[in-house]
Write a protein that binds this ligand. Structure first.
Ligand SMILES: [Zn+2]
Length: 222
């Protein structure tokens, strides 16, 4: 694969995989006039603030490219419940801790942490899980497709902003969490490379035995 320079002044949006956060996140971005197709997306179980150290390690090489980072955590979060404290106070502490650590690494970054309040008695079974290469054009295309399938608010979203590597174990632990907590009936993969999408599909089949999986290759404008 050819190494391409990252674009500068990226807007990064972070969040949990939980389907319940899809709509509130989009509404928040709309209110800030951040449109689909203008940001990169990182969605991982618990949100990036669940493990600040891991986030900083993963993104050390990319911080120069990131101008703005909006991070969304949520209450009634499986990741936080498993860790023992899902209170708003804990979420807000972690959102702030991520910002503090990030600003030490890159003082010019514009960071904001947001807490989405979800009710504990909401539905916890979702129709689908989407694994998405979180680049702007692919986010736009995958959102359009998921909307047309009626899955907009009922799919867990696993996204990595720069590459979807079959060797990235965190994608597969996110998928296991989605399968265990939300029992998706279908898994969709959105990537820019047909070959990579096929490798991801094979890995998904190993993990999600018997759950149908489909790939969508979104070719990027040069
Ligand atoms: Zn969550």
């Amino acid at each position: 694969m050819t190494e391409r320079a990252l674009p500068e002044n990226i807007i990064l949006v972070g969040g949990c995989i939980d389907a319940g956060t899809n709509q509130p996140t989009e509404e928040n971005l709309d209110s800030k006039r951040i449109s689909e197709g203008s940001y990169h997306l990182y969605r991982t179980a618990g949100s990036p603030s669940l493990d600040v150290g891991e986030f900083i390690r993963k993104f050390a090489d990319y911080l120069n490219s990131i101008d703005q980072f909006l991070n969304f955590a949520h209450t009634d979060c499986g990741g936080y419940i498993a860790a023992g404290d899902d209170s708003s106070r804990k979420h807000n502490q972690d959102l702030e801790a991520l910002g503090t650590t990030l600003l030490k690494q890159k003082p010019t970054i514009r960071y904001s942490g947001h807490l989405i309040e979800l009710e504990h008695n909401r539905p916890h079974t979702f129709a689908a899980c989407a694994i998405i290469l979180g680049k702007p054009e692919i986010i736009r295309a995958s959102n359009a497709e998921l909307r047309s399938l009626g899955l907009e608010d009922v799919h867990d979203k696993i996204a990595r902003p720069f590459e979807l590597s079959v060797d990235d174990g965190s994608i597969w632990s996110d998928l296991e969490i989605s399968l265990n907590l939300h029992h998706p009936k279908k898994i969709l993969i959105f990537d820019e490379s047909e070959e990579n999408a096929r490798m991801l599909m094979e890995k998904v089949r190993e993990i999600a035995d018997g759950v149908p999986v489909e790939t969508r290759v979104i070719s990027q404008a040069a």
